[in-house]
Ligand binder design. Structure first.
Ligand code: ARG
Length: 468
C-alpha cells in the first residue's frame, strides 16, 4: 500500500497482509464493545503525545494543531453518541486513530510515531483506574459518613457482641457501627496506596523495547498528571499489577459489604428483629403477602462472588504469561470494569440503605440480658481482688452452671449465694454484673465504653470533616 492510500484502507495495517481478516476473526478479536469506555483517556494521551512529538520536531506545529482539533471533534462526537465505532477496527485505539486519519489525512498518520498500542493501552488503563480509585474513595467516604451518623444517633444503646455467633459480651451498637468504619477506612487507604503506585507513565516504552525516536517521556508523564515514568520498557508493556491490585482492593471492599449485608439480613429477620429496613429498600414476595425481603443486602452479598471472580480472572490471566505484551492482556478489561461497576453501585446503595435503617434498641438491649454476658466481668472483678485469672475463670464457670440449674441470670443471684463460690466476692459485685457497668468498664484503647466510643466518633467525624 502506498502512503497516499493509507487512509483509504479499512484498517491501519496492511503492508504485511495479502488477504483481509476473516469476519469471524474480527468478531472474535474485537474489544471495542467494551474498551470504548476508555475513549477520554485515549484522546488525552494522544494529545499529550502529539504535543511532545511537536516539541521534538517529529510533527510540525500545524500537524499537531490538526491532530488536537481532530481528536477534540472525535471526542465531542463520542460524547454526543454520533460517533460510529467499527468492529473491524478492533479496539478504541484504532477506532480513534482511523477516524482521525480519515478526517485530517497525512498528519493523522504521524500520530503513532514512537508509540505502540502496547504502551498506549497501558497508559489509558492506568489513567482510567486512577480516576476509579478516586471515585471509590469518595464512595467509601459516603458509606463511612453513614456509619458515623448512625454511631452518633444510637450512642449509648447496647447490644450483644458475638463470637462464634453466640452472645459473648455486651457492646455499644455505636461500637459495632464503628467496626465497619475501620474496615472501610482501611479500604480507603489501600485505594490511596494503589493509586500512588500505579501513577507512573508507561508511554514511550513502545512495543516493548523503548524507541529510537527522540521522545521526552517525562514531559508526557507530566502533561498527563503522572508522578513520573516507569523504569523498564519490557515490564511496562506487560505489567497489569496495577489492575490486579485495584481489583483486589475492590474484592476486599465487596467482602466487607458482604459481611455487613449478612448481618443486616440476620438482624432484620424475625429471629433477631434488631433492625427495620425501610419499605423503600425492601421488596415483597409474588406469592406470600406477608413477606418483606432484604433484597439489597442479599444482592450485595451475592455480588461479592462477581468481584472475587474478577480478581480470580485477572490472577489466572497473568499467571504464566511470558514477557512482554501478549494478546491475552486484552482480557484484563472486562473483569476490571465489572468490578468497578459492582463495587461502585454496591457502595452507593448501601450508604443510602444505612440512612434508611431503624434499630430496635429495646430488643437489642433485651438480648443483652440473657446469656451470662457479664461472666468475664465477674472473672475480672475477682482478678482485681487478687484471685489468679485461671482460678477466677473456674469459679465463674461454676457460678454459671449454678445459674443454669436455677434458671436465672448472674445478676439475679444474692451476695450470699455468690460468696459460696468465692470469699473474695462482696456487695460491690453488682456494679460489674450490670450490662451498663460491663460496657463502661471497657476503657482500654479501642474498647466499647461510652467514653472510648465517643472519642472514636469524634475522631471519625474529624477524619470525615463532619460537623456534629
Ligand atoms: N486491544 C488491545 C488490548 O487491550 C490493545 C493492545 C494491542 N496490541 C497488540 N499488539 N495487538 O490489549
Amino acid at each position: 500500500m502506498t502512503d497516499k492510500n493509507i487512509n483509504k484502507s479499512k484498517k491501519l495495517w496492511g503492508g504485511r497482509f495479502a488477504e483481509t481478516t476473516a469476519a469471524s476473526v474480527e468478531t472474535f478479536t474485537a474489544s471495542i464493545q467494551y474498551d470504548s469506555r476508555l475513549y477520554k483517556y485515549d484522546i488525552r494521551g494522544s494529545k499529550a503525545h502529539a504535543a511532545m512529538l511537536a516539541d521534538q520536531g517529529i510533527l510540525s506545529p500545524g500537524e499537531q494543531e490538526a491532530i488536537v482539533a481532530g481528536l477534540s471533534e472525535i471526542e465531542r462526537e463520542i460524547e454526543a453518541e454520533t460517533f460510529e465505532f467499527k468492529q473491524e477496527l478492533e479496539d478504541i485505539h484504532m477506532n480513534i486513530e482511523k477516524a482521525l486519519l480519515d478526517r485530517i489525512g497525512p498528519a493523522g498518520a504521524k500520530l503513532h510515531s514512537a508509540r505502540s498500542r502496547n504502551d498506549q493501552v497501558a497508559v489509558d488503563f492506568k489513567m482510567y483506574l486512577r480516576d476509579q480509585c478516586s471515585q471509590v474513595i469518595e464512595l467509601l467516604d459516603g458509606i463511612n459518613t453513614a456509619f458515623v451518623r448512625l454511631a452518633r444517633k444510637y450512642l449509648g444503646h447496647v447490644m450483644p457482641g458475638y463470637t462464634h455467633m453466640q452472645r459473648a459480651q455486651p457492646v455499644l451498637l455505636a461500637h459495632h457501627m464503628l467496626a465497619y468504619y475501620e474496615m472501610f477506612q482501611r479500604d480507603r487507604s489501600r485505594m490511596i496506596d494503589c493509586r500512588k503506585r500505579m501513577n507512573l507513565s508507561p508511554l514511550g516504552c513502545g512495543a516493548l523495547a523503548g524507541t529510537g525516536l527522540p521522545v521526552d517521556r517525562e514531559q508526557v508523564a507530566k502533561a498527563l498528571d503522572f508522578d513520573g515514568v516507569t523504569a523498564n520498557s519490557m515490564d511496562s508493556a506487560g505489567d497489569r499489577d496495577f489492575a490486579i491490585e485495584f481489583t483486589s482492593n475492590c474484592a476486599m471492599i465487596q467482602l466487607h459489604l458482604s459481611r455487613l449485608s449478612e448481618e443486616l439480613v440476620l438482624w432484620s429477620g424475625q429471629e433477631f428483629s434488631f433492625v427495620d429496613i425501610s419499605d423503600k429498600f425492601c421488596t415483597g414476595s409474588s406469592m406470600m403477602p406477608q413477606k418483606k425481603n432484604p433484597d439489597i443486602p442479599e444482592l450485595i452479598r451475592g455480588k461479592s462472588g462477581r468481584v472475587v471472580g474478577s480478581l480470580m480472572s485477572l490472577l489466572t490471566l497473568m499467571k504464566g504469561l511470558p514477557l512482554t505484551y501478549n494478546r491475552d492482556l486484552q482480557e484484563d478489561k472486562e473483569p476490571v470494569f465489572d468490578a468497578v461497576d459492582t463495587v461502585s453501585s454496591s457502595l452507593s446503595i448501601m450508604a443510602e440503605l444505612l440512612d434508611n435503617l431503624t434499630f430496635n434498641t429495646a430488643t437489642m438491649a433485651k438480648a443483652t440480658e440473657a446469656g451470662f454476658m457479664t461472666a468475664t466481668d465477674l472473672a475480672d472483678y475477682l482478678v482485681l481482688k487478687d484471685v489468679p485469672f485461671r482460678e477466677a475463670h473456674g469459679i465463674v464457670g461454676r457460678v454459671v452452671v449454678y445459674c443454669l440449674e436455677k434458671g436465672c441470670e448472674l445478676e439475679n443471684l444474692t451476695v450470699d449465694e455468690l460468696i459460696q463460690f468465692s470469699k473474695a466476692i462482696d456487695k460491690d459485685v453488682f456494679e460489674v454484673l450490670s450490662v451498663d457497668g460491663s460496657v463502661n468498664s471497657r476503657i482500654s484503647i479501642g474498647g466499647t465504653s461510652l467514653q472510648r466510643v465517643e472519642e472514636a466518633i469524634a475522631e471519625a467525624e474529624k477524619q470525615l470533616r463532619i460537623i456534629s
